[in-house]
Write a protein that binds this ligand. Structure first.
Ligand SMILES: Cc1cc2nc3c(=O)[nH]c(=O)nc-3n(C[C@H](O)[C@H](O)[C@H](O)COP(=O)(O)OP(=O)(O)OC[C@H]3O[C@@H](n4cnc5c(N)ncnc54)[C@H](O)[C@@H]3O)c2cc1C
Ligand code: FES
Length: 367
């Protein structure tokens, strides 16, 4: 009886091993796509090893599409037009693509695998995106969970960006985290200081990149990032402006205000900053000081749940009820929003209900 059981176990193990070997061989040969040619904008060809995502294959060639979620298929920023060779659309792509985009062969580059020659179209602006080597120059504790990190550029040693744009930091392995990840962070310093960038980063509990930044980076540490990315920048008009930010969403607003100061704007501007308690407020004096700089600017911090010890006498609750007093002509108002997706959706809805045109509401969602 025991012999029979041992024999059966040996047969099953043998079959399993054989199947595993067949699978490995099949995978090696079936997924050996060889060298594939990617034609970009009918102007330029790059040759890549098949088998990786289109996003990573282009990055290997120093062509960087935005990828705010690091290629996890959750941000929808890596869109490009795939005219041929992209294979069938995946269910993971559909939620991010409008009907027009679907008809136009727009795909998510992180989901498309390079298996054959391809013809794609990418925005010309991405050819200006570079990979930068930098060193941590300064770390400031703004709150218990928010740090300001200044990176001094090493190579290239300057960066051209528009106030409001973001970069993508590449984290390194640390402790038990073996994987390197890519995450998006808005630049909080002004474009005129082009030999460095400042970032404002909130520690996310268990977050891979923010734990590395908060706990492992120190002055002098090496940091690699790509950028600049994004179309969240101040439109060159005379319209009134409403800024709304929460948490580390203050980063692009700081860059925008410092840039507007250099440019000497006279536009009417109100900046609502939403926080939970007084210990979540930071850079308050710096933001208030803009009231002396600009001819018509107001900084309005709003606490949703002030603690008794805060002795808070300012605005409380949601930011939305306070918009009424700040918006004099909704049709001639631009809104710039930055923070969590929940906050952005709620604020957007409220602004549209007040008559602010949908196409004048610009935002970067940190989701
Ligand atoms: C355009 C843009 C600009 C941004 N700018 C800023 C900025 O200026 N400042 C800033 O602080 N942030 C910014 N962000 C957010 C930032 O990119 C990161 O998403 C954020 O810092 C979290 O990264 P992380 O690697 O630390 O966390 P992640 O590791 O991505 O984790 C995020 C959360 O998911 C959970 N999680 C992780 N892995 C798993 C898993 N396998 N299963 C279940 N849960 C999991 C974690 O516990 C954590 O709660 C921006 C985002 C975008 C899109
Ligand atoms: S990189 Fe985020 S969806 Fe592709």
């Amino acid at each position: 009886m025991l012999m029979q059981i041992l024999k059966d176990v040996a047969v099953v193990s043998g079959i399993s091993t054989l199947l595993a070997v067949v699978l490995i061989i099949a995978q090696k040969y079936l997924s050996d796509y060889g060298i594939c040619k990617i034609n970009l904008n009918k102007k330029r060809d790059v040759s890549v090893e098949g088998g990786s995502s289109l996003l990573n294959s282009l990055a290997e060639e120093q062509i960087f599409l935005p990828s705010a979620c690091g290629g996890r298929g959750s941000c929808g920023t890596c869109k490009c037009k795939v005219n041929s060779g992209g294979g069938p659309l995946l269910p993971t792509e559909k939620p991010f693509l409008s009907k027009t985009e679907l008809a136009d062969n727009v795909r998510l580059a992180c989901q498309v695998k390079v298996k054959s020659d391809m013809e794609i179209n990418v925005p010309e602006s991405i050819f200006n995106i570079r990979r930068f080597q930098a060193k941590v120059h300064e770390i400031i504790d703004y709150t218990y969970d928010i740090k300001g990190i200044t990176l001094k550029l090493v190579s290239p040693d300057t960066i051209d960006f528009q106030a409001g744009q973001f970069v993508q930091i590449e984290s390194q392995a640390y402790a038990k985290i073996k994987q390197k990840v890519v995450r998006a962070y808005s630049i909080s310093s002004k474009p005129q200081d082009n030999d460095r960038i400042q970032l404002i980063i909130r520690l996310v509990p268990e977050g891979i990149c923010t734990t590395w930044i908060h706990k492992y980076l120190e002055e002098g540490s090496d940091v690699t990032f790509t950028g600049p990315y994004g179309d969240f920048y101040i439109r060159d008009t005379e319209a009134d402006i409403i800024f709304v930010a929460g948490g580390s969403g203050k980063a692009p607003m700081k860059s925008m205000l410092e840039d507007l100061q250099v440019k000497g704007t006279t536009r009417k501007m109100t900046y609502f900053f939403g926080a939970r308690t007084a210990k979540d407020l930071y850079l308050t004096d710096e933001m208030r000081s803009f009231e002396q700089v600009f001819s018509d600017f107001k900084y309005e911090p709003v606490l949703s749940k002030p603690a008794p010890e805060d002795k808070w006498k300012g605005k409380t609750g949601f930011v939305m009820p306070y918009f009424q007093d700040a918006i004099r002509d909704p049709k001639n108002t631009e809104a710039y929003l930055c923070g969590s997706p929940g906050m952005i959706n709620a604020v957007k809805k409220s602004l549209i209900a007040m008559g602010v045109p949908d196409d004048k509401i610009y935002y970067d969602s940190f989701g």
